[in-house]
Design a protein around this ligand. Sequence first.
Ligand code: NAD
Length: 282
Amino acid sequence: MNEAPRTLDQFAIAGRTAIVTGAASGIGLAYAECMAEAGARVTLTDIDADGAAREAQRLVDAGYTARWAACDVTDLHAVARAFDDHVAAYGGCDIAFANAGLDVGDGFWSPDGTRNPSGQIDVYPKDKWDRSIAINLTGIFHTVREAARVMKANTQRRGGCIVITSSNAAEINEAIVGVPYMAAKAGVKHFMRHAAYELAAHGIRVNAIAPGPFVTNIGDGWVKKDPAAKAAWDRLVPVGRMAETYQIKPLALLLASDAGSYMTGSHVMIDGGMQLGPVRPL
Ligand code: NAD
């Protein structure tokens, strides 16, 4: 008779391998730490090579197994190389976090609560639109594409877990961020749903984490530099505060482990309830 696994055993990922894009900072760094803390062997990739190297070394110094790679997610060949090197180093790829992203700015509202003249659709800077889509949407496609390629080729291990970082801006009109960011994240949500559908037959699960406001370096880290702006953001969230990155780790482990074995195609909000009410100008 098959024994059902015990609850905490389902979260075990010791010995598995995980690769993270945008891992030098913020939410991606929290994913990498989470995977290492749970016993996985991790590759941290980032366009910021020095940051990825620094954080990988910090994990190694703490006794974990980690390596790093320079990788701009807008460059498909660089993403493919990062995945190939990860597989060569660790013998396979079990878990991939498609995380790298940024807000190019020029939201409809300025952080000070006034209308931003260059954030209106009729004048929105085309170069910013293109850059945001290239990183936030096409970069996710590149990462999921290469994750699917190496996971399908897993011979000894069946399947894998892909976790995409979306945003609550995929679902609500968060008019403080730039409009291409919202469009890209909404595209990410639907791309994720199709990827989950297509890859389910290969034992590959695909889910997305949709954060609300987390204290990271996004937008040049202005919430870290400006206590008044941080306080204004805190007031926008029903639970009354922005999140710290450690708060995303348990959800990341759920989706990346067998604990999430019946989850695929889910867009999981972790936003302090921001989805429940309209986002007002600051
Ligand atoms: P962050 O700036 O702290 O970290 C982002 C990392 O991505 C940085 O290390 C940066 O160097 C890297 N990066 C940027 N462009 C890249 C590229 N082209 N290729 C590879 N790496 C690149 O920001 P964060 O808040 O941790 O953002 C991580 C993800 O979380 C993003 O997808 C972002 O949209 C999403 N997100 C963040 C929040 C938030 O409030 N912080 C909310 C919702 C979603």
